[in-house]
Design a protein around this ligand. Structure first.
Ligand code: PRP
Ligand code: URA
Length: 208
């Protein structure tokens, strides 16, 4: 599968196991979500462009670099919200533009309820954040929105994907790399990822 990057890092695998565990409480769940998001972002941003920048150390002047591109984080509400803090720890000046979508429980189709993107894009790179890539409906719809906004350099960062969700994204947006903690086995009959972690929004916000 091209453009799909499941992390091979043991810290990610260790933390994801704790995240999956059914008795992990919301406070710990949020902490793990933050930490895994930072680790995945470290991997996802390895190709960001830099420009040269001189820096004075206490001893001499030397050549350094600074990030060249303006970056936005695009969390998909609600569950993507919990990923923002972890990514911000690495890129505190990233803009955050929220997209509100929920999955209709009957049809499993995404329903848009919040989008305040300005008319013209303010960034050149968007990291879309959502812990779960299940049927792929929410991910595909959000990439559609961001592309229509005018940003073409997009990365999707998630905790867990199903093979069905990956196939949907590869069909609709093969140009968008997907960075993941794990690819799971399948969807169940009501569209939940197996083995998965349950409902990522409810587990973060204590609304089970
Ligand atoms: C969850 C999850 C994704 C979506 C994935 O959100 O956070 O956004 O489902 O499913 P899909 O790939 O089949 O579209 P949900 O609709 O439960 O909303 P919430 O984050 O507000 O709980
Ligand atoms: N949304 C979730 O939060 N979990 C799933 O397994 C699928 C969609």
């Amino acid at each position: 599968m091209s453009n799909i990057y499941p992390s091979q890092h043991p810290l990610v695998a260790h933390k994801l196991t704790r995240l999956r565990y059914k008795n992990t409480q919301p406070q710990k769940f949020r902490e793990l979500t933050r930490e895994i998001s930072a680790l995945l972002t470290y991997e996802a941003t390895a190709d960001l462009l830099t420009s040269p920048r001189q820096v004075e150390t206490p001893l001499v002047e030397t050549e350094g670099v600074e990030l060249k591109e303006r970056i936005a984080l695009v969390p998909i509400l609600r569950a993507g919200l919990g990923m923002v803090e972890g990514v911000w720890e690495l890129m505190p000046s990233a803009e955050v533009w929220h997209i509100g979508l929920y999955r209709d429980e009957e049809t499993l189709q995404p329903v848009e309820y919040y989008n305040k993107l300005p008319a013209s894009p303010t960034v050149s790179v968007c990291l879309i954040l959502d812990p779960m890539l299940a049927t792929g409906g929410s991910a595909v719809a959000t990439v559609d929105i961001v592309k229509r906004w005018g940003v073409s350099r997009i990365k999707f960062v998630a905790m867990i994907a199903s093979p069905e969700g990956i196939a949907a994204m590869q069909e609709a947006h093969p140009d968008v790399p997907i960075h993941l903690a794990a690819i799971d086995e399948k969807l169940n009959e009501v569209g939940y990822i197996l083995p998965g972690l349950g409902d990522a929004g409810d587990r973060q916000f204590g609304t089970l």
